[in-house]
Design a protein around this ligand. Structure first.
Ligand code: CTP
Ligand code: MG
Length: 372
């Protein structure tokens, strides 16, 4: 049986915030790493070693894990705890850093095959930078042809891995170092340039490809027969009367924005999420639909980058209230008002809008998320 241990108990000191909970394509970094291991045909079981704060998430989101346990104060103690928690009947043990979510099936296969063949193996990449050893007033240039940058997963026969860990991990920076200490020379297999470790904040922005989508929204409401009906547009009350007729506050501007956001993420439309037959939404302020739409797309990992609106109406005059509308929309979406653009035009007297029968609005929403 081939078993893998996922190391997810670090504290992301250099990253600044919990890097393993960052989203890639709608799932946290640690879960993407877990999925790579658990879906590999050569791996039978995967156990997770994690921090106290992630224990619950791991147990809930990775029910296929063999175990979810709390790690130690450094990488090697976490690794030892994981190895100790594995069942006796393992033949090969792999250890993988959860901070390497882009590991390929090939690298995992190569490490398993080489560990079976040679006792222990790791992926390594030729170093392209010149490496100098500095200290004690001396500078030595190392022979680059003898150096390699080491990745995970690292693997070994279970008995060797257990023996290496039992011999003590003080000062060790990876699992192969423990094997080297007990006289084993692990085999190097070719690493993968994409199998990078997320260490600093810019690793994420440089490595994770960004996916961008645009969504279109349109809405129209006619003016109310009730002469006292308030006029609400973009979450802001206007002095003009009557306002617009509809089940909620009839804010056609916000309804268009909501549809553009939901459309960009492929999450249906406003009528599906907030049916106008539902008494809950009767005269509801439409800003709550905005906040809800941001939450719906946020669940899929999307961030709203920009909203661009064109209002088509003979009245009211939008321009004097433009900044207020931008602030209201941005506030409800949790973005900055510079990310919201509001424009307006009349319909030059043409058609129903030109006759001043209602207010229409078009909205374009741009959303992004890390895609891989
Ligand atoms: N790790 C672990 N237990 C620890 C320390 C690290 O399981 N006590 C794991 C990390 O979660 C990561 C891998 O070991 O998946 C490699 O560690 P590193 O990239 O150094 O992550 P952190 O230790 O979290 O980051 P930092 O050193 O910046 O605090
Ligand atoms: Mg660390």
């Amino acid at each position: 049986m081939t078993a893998a241990v996922l190391l997810a108990a670090g504290s992301s000191t250099r990253y600044g915030t919990d890097k393993l909970s960052e989203q890639i394509g709608g799932q946290p970094v640690w879960l993407k790493s877990f999925s790579a291991l658990v879906s590999h045909p050569g791996i039978d079981v995967v156990g997770i070693v994690t921090s106290a704060s992630l224990l619950e998430d791991c147990a809930r989101l990775a029910p296929a894990a063999l175990f979810v346990i709390e790690g130690g104060s450094d990488r090697q103690s976490s690794s030892r705890l994981g190895v100790e928690a594995l069942p006796e009947d393992c033949d090969i043990i792999l250890i993988h850093d959860a901070a390497r979510p882009w590991v390929s099936e090939k690298v995992i296969s190569d490490v398993i095959a080489a560990a079976k063949r040679s006792g222990a193996a790791f992926p390594g990449l030729a170093v392209t930078d010149t490496i100098k050893q500095i200290g004690g007033g001396e500078v030595t240039t190392l022979d680059r042809s003898k150096l390699c940058a080491v990745q995970t997963p690292q693997g070994a026969h279970a008995d060797l891995m257990r023996r290496a860990h039992a011999s003590g991990g003080a000062g060790a920076v990876d699992d192969m170092m423990l094997l080297e200490r007990i006289g084993i020379a692990p085999e190097r297999v070719e690493g993968d340039r994409d199998n990078r470790k997320i260490t600093h904040r810019d690793d994420m922005t440089q490595l994770a490809a960004e996916e961008t989508r645009m969504g279109l929204g349109y809405d129209i409401h006619r003016f109310s027969d009730d002469p006292d009906r308030p006029m609400i547009l973009g979450g802001v009350e206007f002095d003009d009367r009557p306002g617009l007729d509809g089940h909620s506050d009839a804010d056609s501007l916000i309804h268009a924005v909501v549809d553009s956001i939901l459309g960009a993420a492929g999450r249906g439309d406003i009528g599906e999420h907030f049916p106008n037959t539902d008494p809950e939404w009767k005269n509801a302020p439409s800003s709550i639909f905005l906040t809800a739409a941001a939450e719906i797309v946020g669940q899929d990992g999307w961030q709203i980058r920009h909203i661009d609106v064109s209002v088509v109406a003979e009245r009211p005059k939008i321009l004097p209230k433009r900044e207020e509308i931008k602030t209201a929309i941005a506030g409800a979406l949790g973005i900055n008002s510079e990310q919201v653009s509001i424009k307006a035009t009349t319909n030059e007297g043409l058609g129903a809008l030109g006759r001043g029968e209602g207010v229409a609005a078009y909205s374009a929403a741009t959303i992004t998320r890390t895609a891989r």
